[in-house]
Design a protein around this ligand. Structure first.
Ligand code: ADP
Length: 438
């Protein structure tokens, strides 16, 4: 644009110079040069002011463009807004095309996509949202998502702010047989994109896997009990060379029985949404754990119990005892003789923490993300040698999940590990004096 003005300026200057030259020529010919010059400059000034007024009116959109040739500066000035408008128009056209392409793509997505504003009102949704979430267009636009998908679980999740994990196993409002996984992706200032995916097939497969593991474990239990029983009955009096073989057979059959029992425990835990609750007297649970640790260690470790609170826990005593005792047994098994083990029970910012620390071999950070997976072992040989099944931490994780608690692992190779079970304040019950007396 600058170039256009620059190029047209000499044309206009030449024209002005022409008018002034004509005035000078007339003045010289007829006389009264000063008057001719005054008349010429006044004429040019009046023309300039008139054109400015016309230009201003044209810019405001109140008048038509005056007939003017394009080569001078006025031509260039008239062209500038026209060019700008054209550019703006093509930019808008491109944007509209882009928006249309986005909507077509979003509409074709197999996942339900809903745009929510900060209050949870629906701003937009695609065709799959009609199929999976039962939203209807345009009636549901502006409605509150939680009012339309009447599920207390979904409402609680939407009202919270913890959306890093998706909400799974949500029955589809449009079809009860469908199971959805919901995800929220916050974007912009305070808008949220809700994506609902049909997880029915995946959940069916997961259920099949669970049933298969549970059935196989169950089927293996009886033959194993029989084998185990007969092995215990055999006395190799006549052939003492069979003694080590029998010992090995007994150890392996015991290990298999333990694996089957652990798999059955896991299947049972996975099949449950919640556990029956009662108040767990933590003092006596911790004393029992200490006795179990002493028995397992057989004097090879220094084991201390740190009871820093007399608070109790609400939960399932059997499952929690099994989880705690898994952690204690791991500490004993993965700490060389002479090491120290600490079992602690304390309150931290209102939360209750059960922690087992050891001065054992520790776990490298690269193993930590997978350590609670079934059969995941840092060293298979060490786990087997110490009678591990590779399922202990999986059981711990599941039991804690059923108590809305989390497992925190701090570990350093060669220094030791601390496994902490952190329970929310709602599970803590602080014993009152009258209760203690009772
Ligand atoms: P396992 O029956 O093999 O002990 P777990 O699920 O209890 O199975 O533990 C998984 C793996 O985590 C173990 O094989 C071991 O490598 C590691 N591990 C668990 N507890 C400890 C600990 N206290 N110190 C070092 N490593 C541990």
């Amino acid at each position: 644009m600058n170039g256009r003005i620059e190029r047209s300026l000499p044309v206009s200057l030449w024209r002005m110079a022409g008018v002034l030259a004509a005035a000078v020529a007339l003045g010289l010919l007829i006389g009264g040069l000063a008057w001719w010059l005054l008349a010429a400059t006044t004429g040019l000034l009046v023309q300039l002011l008139w054109r400015l007024r016309e230009y201003g009116l044209w810019l405001q959109g109140g008048s038509r463009r005056i007939g003017i040739d394009d080569s001078g500066i006025w031509g260039a000035l008239y062209r500038i807004p026209v060019l700008r408008q054209r550019r703006e128009l093509s930019r808008r056209r491109r944007l509209v095309q882009l928006l249309r392409a986005f909507r077509t793509t979003a509409a074709a997505l197999p996942d339900a996509t809903v745009v929510l504003d900060e209050s949870g009102a629906i701003l937009w949704f695609n065709a799959a949202a009609t199929r999976l979430l039962g939203l209807s267009y345009p009636q549901d636009l502006g409605g509150h998502f939680s009012n339309l998908v009447r599920s207390p679980r979904v409402t609680r999740w939407l009202e919270g702010s913890e959306w890093s994990e998706s909400l799974t196993d949500v029955p589809a409002p449009a079809d009860d047989a469908l199971r959805l996984g919901l995800r929220i992706i916050p974007y912009g200032r305070s808008q949220r994109l809700l994506v609902a995916r049909d997880m029915s097939k995946l959940m069916q497969l997961e259920q099949m896997r669970r049933d298969f593991v549970a059935n196989v474990s169950h089927e293996l239990r009886t033959p194993l009990t029989v084998v185990h029983g007969y092995l215990d009955l055999i006395e190799p009096d006549q052939s003492p060379e069979l003694e080590p073989i029998l010992m090995e057979l007994r150890t392996q059959s015991r290990r298999m029985t333990q694996i089957v029992e652990d798999l059955l425990t896991l299947s049972r835990l996975e099949a449950q949404d919640s556990l029956p609750e009662e108040r767990i007297p933590m003092q006596s649970v911790l004393q029992t754990l200490k006795r179990e640790a002493d028995a397992l260690s057989m004097g090879r470790h220094t084991i201390t119990l740190l009871l820093r609170t007399d608070a109790n826990l609400n939960g399932s005593p059997k499952e929690l005892h099994s989880a705690f005792s898994n952690l204690v047994s791991n500490a004993v098994r993965y700490t060389p003789a002479g090491g120290r083990i600490e079992i602690a029970w304390e309150l931290r910012d209102g939360q209750a923490v059960f922690a087992v620390s050891d001065t054992g071999q520790g776990i490298a950070p690269s193993h930590l993300p997978r350590i609670t997976e079934r059969f995941y072992r840092v060293s298979s040989s060490r786990s087997r040698d110490t009678g591990g099944t590779g399922l202990g931490l999986s059981i711990v994780k599941h039991v804690l999940q059923l108590h809305q608690a989390r497992l925190v692992i701090d570990s350093e190779v060669g220094v030791g590990s601390t496994f902490s079970c952190v329970f929310g304040a709602e599970r803590v019950s602080v014993a009152t004096a009258s209760e203690d007396a009772g």
